[in-house]
Design a protein around this ligand. Structure first.
Ligand code: FES
Length: 240
C-alpha cells in the first residue's frame, strides 16, 4: 500500500510532515491548507471491476468522478516517473506540496478536470481539456506531455502537480490524491485549489440534464467511481 504523507509549508520555510490518517476531515478549514480528505473510493471499470494501475494505457486520459458525483477528474499514466515534492501555489499565494505520481513507476496521476481558469470541464457531450501525449503537438505549449485546456489554450504540467505553465490560468488544477493497494487504485483526498463551490454555482442546467438536479450533483461519491477513457465519456473532444 502507498500511504502518502503531506508536508505543510510554513512561512518560515520549515516543513512538517502530516499523515492524512492522523488528520481526518478538513485541513483547509482548520488551518488554511489546501487539503481535504474524503471517503476512500475505489476506481472501477463499467462492469465494476477494479482498475488495475499496472494495466492503464500509457498517456491516455481517463475520466472518473470524485469527490462529488458530478466533479470530473482526469486519470493518466504519463508513462515515466513524475517529479517529486513539487512546491505549488494557489492564486491567493497559499503554498502546498505535491508529492508525485503513484504506481510501480510513480507515473500515475489524477487531477480535477475543472479548469482553474473558467471552469471548463468534461461532460458527456464534450471536453475541451485532456492530456496531450509527449509525441503530439499542442498550440498551448512548446511540447506535449501536458494537460491542455483548449478553451483559452492553457497548459498544465501533468508530471509536476498540474502547475500552470502557459495561458490564462493563474493556479494549478487541483490534484486528486491516489493510493494503490493490491494493484487497485483509490482516490482519497483533494489537494490544491479545487473550484468546487464555483462549479456548483455555475452549471445548474447541466446538473439538471446529467444528474437530475444540483442537489444530487453535489452528493459525495460513495464506495466506487466508474473510470472510462475520455474518448468513451465525451462525445466531442476539442484538442488544440
Ligand atoms: S477555462 Fe480553461 S483556459 Fe480558460
Amino acid at each position: 500500500m502507498e500511504r502518502r504523507n503531506f508536508i505543510k509549508l510554513l512561512g518560515t520555510g520549515a516543513v512538517i510532515a502530516i499523515s492524512p490518517s492522523l488528520i481526518k476531515g478538513t485541513l483547509r478549514a482548520e488551518d488554511g491548507m489546501l487539503f481535504k480528505s474524503y471517503e476512500k473510493v475505489k476506481l472501477v471499470d463499467k462492469l465494476g471491476n477494479p482498475i488495475k494501475p499496472s494495466k492503464l494505457k500509457k498517456e491516455v486520459t481517463y475520466i472518473f468522478h470524485y469527490p462529488h458525483v458530478s466533479t470530473p477528474c482526469l486519470l493518466i499514466d504519463i508513462g515515466e516517473p513524475t517529479s517529486k515534492n513539487v512546491k505549488l501555489k494557489s492564486e491567493n499565494g497559499q503554498e502546498y506540496l505535491w508529492k508525485g505520481g503513484v504506481g510501480q513507476n510513480g507515473s500515475i496521476v489524477a487531477y480535477s478536470g475543472i479548469c482553474s481558469h473558467q471552469l471548463t470541464h468534461p461532460t458527456p457531450k464534450h471536453s475541451f481539456i485532456k492530456y496531450i501525449p509527449r509525441d503530439e503537438k499542442t498550440l498551448a505549449y512548446k511540447n506535449g506531455g501536458v494537460i491542455v485546456c483548449s478553451s483559452h489554450l492553457t497548459a498544465f504540467a501533468a508530471n509536476a502537480g498540474c502547475k500552470n505553465l502557459s495561458g490564462k490560468a493563474e493556479e494549478p488544477l487541483a490534484s486528486i490524491v491516489l493510493e494503490v493497494e493490491n494493484d487497485e487504485l483509490y482516490a482519497v483526498a483533494v489537494l490544491g485549489p479545487d473550484k468546487f463551490q464555483d462549479y456548483f454555482k455555475s452549471f445548474k442546467s447541466e446538473f439538471k440534464e446529467f444528474y437530475d438536479g444540483k442537489r444530487k450533483a453535489k452528493k459525495n461519491i460513495k464506495g466506487q467511481s466508474t473510470t472510462v477513457e475520455l474518448t468513451k465519456y465525451s462525445k466531442d473532444i476539442v484538442s488544440l
